[in-house]
Ligand binder design. Structure first.
Ligand code: GLA
Length: 727
């Protein structure tokens, strides 16, 4: 049998005869398995999670002789103090003691779902623990549905989506952290005794600071392509807590779910509280294997239109900021069309009638065109885009308002704020966040998209921004027992609204943005085609930001724009080639004033855009192999994408350091077919002399095992190589 992971062990009692219901539940994906043990009236335990096993191997695992009893979903108050579920019953008692009541199985077109209902031994209280194992994707999702029939509300104090324990040894956790302009910085650390907590309490933008996704390397310091590795993703857009507790000598215990702080949930009798999904994956191919599993799952199930390639766009923000006008927009539309782009997106600054939006202080909520700036309205811009053969999109920030807006004048009670308090404002000293728990606000937000689309059905794309947090904790809408719901009900309301939008406008392309990458999470990505990775468009810093982002998010969704030099955020001066080479490793776009480019830069851009079109399917839909990390102190960073049939691959190399007599690593591609022969050509070349191996053919095995040497000239030198299988 392959190497296995035993997270929990064998309890003999559960196997005594007389139990009609099948106790062992084996859930398998193509490469992984999860084994549960669910004896009637007994404890639900998780016996195995790791490489795929067969039914025939179950006795082997169960007779391993280990006698530690690891619950699959531990509850508070009888056997345990650390638990996934903590409640206060209607009568005030805080204890839970649950046992398996029933096991149900159902087939979905792409997955098998098993649900184990746990019932309290004293109260009419149930937690249904669900697992979804995909037939063709190496991901198993878990979530819990909590309900009761007690005589009054039960207060959920903590309701984690899932729990997993794994053996101590040399286990490392890799996770992302950051802030505005430096999203998705990578952190790797060895798990030590104590608790490691990753949480976010922003209320609205949960991917600044930390991220609700982690990887665990079980065989020592994280490696890209080797070592048993678990990936865990909490699919939730609100506050969360990921907690890894290490006590005693045996296990690390991992809990993931909605943050329990200031979120006690009053659950009415017969109401069902469904936790967010927690998705697990396992790979013996290290961090890279986990990323590839997650990317495939995301493209198929958790990103809108994840398997379609994306348009090349120009966004107006860094080009004109708030100075939107018909003339400026027309000029940008013409320019991006002439460079080969396919879509123009008008960013902030286009709306507001009574209060025109000339800066970040006014008008959010007043989604009518500023007639003085755009006399021909949105229709005029769409006509201009159509004339140039491209699509049109625009920016909205529908969950927000400003104190200076017609919306706020009319509905001051629509904001997130405790009644009677003066709200603290965000951006511009005037921005406020609307109360998405209020159905009237949900209708309004739906209407922002719906009205724009009804008036202009040809809008192809919307950038949906969100630039504030929940800081004024409270709601005029939520009353009584529900006043501790804002952090949860905000996101439930947002999701409901997005579901309505998607039902009516399934083909609209939506970009998820929150002051850059503040909302990049899998709670929201199912409704969005892509995300804005960061407001930091400096190509050099983007090498790092995109590297971290790629741990959990695929390139097809990663908005990556070529911007001006010097860069507006870092002031760094970087050549156009490096800027394109970096942006081309994600969803390519531009975000600058094309009019300010030199002729040579325009020429380069045109040719790079044409090149991107040719490699777009590989970059956006291929398997990612991270080769050389920008965190490893080497002179370069490198990554590549391979098509699923391994006939095509594209490799990107970026300078990180530039010193004389440096030790340049050997480039060793990964993910190619060792049995195929590949022709290597350089793309976006600016050097007069071609590489010595330009156009030559090499066996895949040779490339991957032996590798090759290559210079990367200049402080911001970069190279893009294409590998094409020859028959
Ligand atoms: C946020 C976004 C930017 C831009 C501005 C517009 O900061 O992240 O990309 O859209 O808002 O105000």
């Amino acid at each position: 049998m392959k190497k296995i992971l035993l997270f929990a062990a064998f309890s003999l009692v559960a196997f005594l005869p007389g139990h009609a219901q099948k106790k062992e539940i084996l859930l398998s994906t193509p490469e992984t398995s999860l084994l549960l043990f669910a004896p009637q009236d007994g404890a639900l335990t998780l016996r195995y999670f790791g490489s795929r096993i067969t039914e025939a191997q179950i006795p082997e695992i169960l007779s391993s002789g280990l006698d530690l009893d690891k619950q699959a979903y531990p509850v508070f108050g009888t056997a345990r103090n650390e638990a996934a579920l903590v409640v206060r019953h209607a009568g005030g008692d805080m204890s839970l003691d649950v046992a398996v009541e029933k096991v149900e199985e159902r087939d979905e077109p792409a997955a098998k779902v098993v649900s184990v209902t746990l019932k309290d031994k004293l109260y009419p209280f149930r937690a249904k623990v669900n697992y979804r194992a995909y037939k063709e994707l190496d991901v198993i999702e878990t979530w819990v549905e909590i309900s009761h029939e007690e005589k009054g509300n039960v207060k959920l104090q903590k309701a984690a989506s899932g729990y997993l324990s794994f053996r101590q040894g040399e286990v490392w956790v890799s996770h992302l952290y950051g802030s505005w302009g430096s999203e998705c910085t990578l952190a790797r650390e060895r798990l030590m005794p104590g608790a490691k907590v990753l949480s976010n309490r922003d209320g609205a933008r949960n991917a600044f600071t930390h991220h609700p996704e982690v990887m665990f390397s079980l065989d020592g310091a994280p490696q890209e392509n080797t070592g048993r590795t678990i990936g865990a993703i909490l699919c939730w857009s609100g506050n969360y807590e990921l907690n890894i507790t290490t006590e005693g000598p045996r296990y690390h215990e991992f809990y993931a779910g909605i943050d329990p702080i200031a979120s006690e949930y009053a659950l009415a009798p017969k109401e069902v509280f469904t936790t967010p999904v927690l998705a697990y994956t396992f790979s013996e191919e290290g961090l890279g294997g986990v990323s590839r599993n997650i990317h495939r799952w995301a493209r198929k199930t958790h990103i809108a239109h994840g398997e379609r390639t994306r348009d090349i766009l120009l966004n107006s923000w860094e080009g004109v900021y708030f100075k939107v006008s018909q003339e400026a927009m027309d000029g940008m539309i013409e320019d991006i069309a002439s460079l080969g782009g396919e879509l123009f997106v008008m960013d902030d600054g286009w709306f507001g009638d009574k209060y025109p939006r000339d800066n970040g202080k006014t008008s959010l909520g007043d989604w009518t065109v500023a007639k003085n700036k755009l006399p021909n309205g949105i229709g005029g811009l769409i006509a201009s885009a159509e004339k140039n053969g491209i699509k049109f999109g625009l920016w909205i920030e529908p969950e927000m308002t400003n104190t200076e807006s017609e919306l706020y004048e009319k509905h001051p009670d629509w904001i997130v704020c405790p009644p009677g308090r003066t709200p603290i404002c965000g951006r511009g000293g005037t921005q406020l966040i609307l109360d998405m728990s209020n159905p009237k606000v949900q209708d309004f937000v739906f209407g922002v998209v719906d009205n724009l689309m009804k008036d202009n059905p040809k809008i192809a794309y919307m950038k949906w921004d969100a630039n504030f947090s929940i800081v004024n904790y409270g709601s005029s809408y939520l009353t009584g027992d529900k006043q501790s719901h804002p952090y949860i009900d905000y996101h439930r309301g947002l999701e409901k609204t997005l579901q309505r939008i998607r039902a009516k406008y399934p083909d609209l392309t939506l970009q998820l943005c929150a002051s850059g990458g503040g909302r990049v999470n899998y709670g929201l990505m199912p409704y969005y085609d892509e995300f804005w990775t960061s407001d930091d468009t400096d190509a050099f810093q983007r090498v790092h930001i995109q590297w971290g982002t790629s741990y959990f998010f695929p390139s097809v969704a990663m908005g990556s724009h070529v911007s001006a030099s010097p860069n507006h955020q870092t002031k760094r001066v970087v050549p156009i080639k490096y800027r394109f080479d970096v942006a081309m490793s994600g969803r390519l776009g531009m975000e600058m004033q094309p009019k300010d480019m030199t002729d040579a830069e325009k020429e380069f851009s045109k040719s790079a855009i044409a090149t991107y079109k040719a490699i777009r399917p590989v970059v956006q839909q291929g398997d990612l192999y991270r080769l050389i990390s920008p965190y490893d102190g080497k002179p370069v960073s490198s990554l590549m994408y391979c098509s699923a049939d391994k006939k095509q691959a594209v490799m990107f190399v970026y300078r990180i350091k530039y010193l004389l007599f440096e030790n340049m690593p050997t480039f060793r591609p990964a993910g190619l077919d060792p049995a195929k022969t590949y022709r290597v050509t350089e793309l976006n070349r600016v050097e007069k002399t071609a590489l010595s191996f330009e156009g030559k053919e090499f066996p895949g095995r040779f490339l991957m095992e032996q590798g090759f040497e290559m210079s990367v000239p200049g402080e911001y030198g970069s190279r893009v190589l294409k590998f094409e299988a020859v028959d």
